[in-house]
Design a protein around this ligand. Sequence first.
Ligand SMILES: [Zn+2]
Ligand SMILES: [Zn+2]
Length: 297
Amino acid sequence: MSNVSSSTPAGAIGSIAPLFLPNPVTLYETRARRLCALAEYEPPLRDYLSFAAQVVMVQQALSRQDSDAPMPTTTLHVDWVTPPLSMARLLQDSFWQESLTTLLAALSPHVPTPVQTVLGRLKKLDTVQRTSAARALLDNDTSLTGSDGAPFFWAALSLTAMQRVARSKIVVDEKSGAERHLCPLCGNAPVASIVHPDGLRYLHCRLCESEWHVVRALCSNCEGSRDIDYWSLEKQFPAIKAESCGECHSYLKILYQKDDKDVDAVADDLASLALDARLEDEGFSRSSINPFLFPSS
Ligand SMILES: [Zn+2]
Ligand SMILES: [Zn+2]
């Protein structure tokens, strides 16, 4: 969805669209292509980026399948206070459980033995155990999925959230001064910022893949504005910076479409781990979790 032309603006207020909705047709195809390209560009991360591309390709196949299914028309009302996509309701949606089962089965023949062991462990969980593990994961607790199992759960949950957003009618309230550091649709944190070619900054939701507008002068974590800094490894990642905040001591990557129109929030964040190492050396911590890189609980 980092490609603006492939996503849908919602509730345009004046000349600024406050939200861009994910496009289920192009999102995963674009991301898989980007991951494969970055795998060639970043040899130390080649295996992991290729693995992430495999997961995204299964998401893409599942997304196509779900697009053909009949779906009740729902309305999601964005009031910038209470996210309308409830996580409790998401967990009751059987599509994420079916997607997880398909993911585990589809990936098993193609992954190395240690990953097969993880998949085998997850396959043995029953529906109730999977729901408990997913509920904990949505709360940033990987104790039930394991940090190695979390990306598969997240892939299924994220796909389901993205489909529900993409296939709902979205009504957006005009509201200024509201909190903007969490996704107005699902309440999750952004994985990265994307600066569109027109210079406007959007935060990209790590769960439902929507993007929402936040002015560039504000920290994407605490909304502070007093001590914002930008860091880069320009030769290695010309279209990526890290935006740090001296007030909350966190940082988030910021990707510039004018420097590379193909940047993808999830893929480029994952491929630029060298920049994370730099920021951690400077004493900052990530304000976000990449869907393919969960810390241990
Ligand atoms: Zn979201
Ligand atoms: Zn901050």
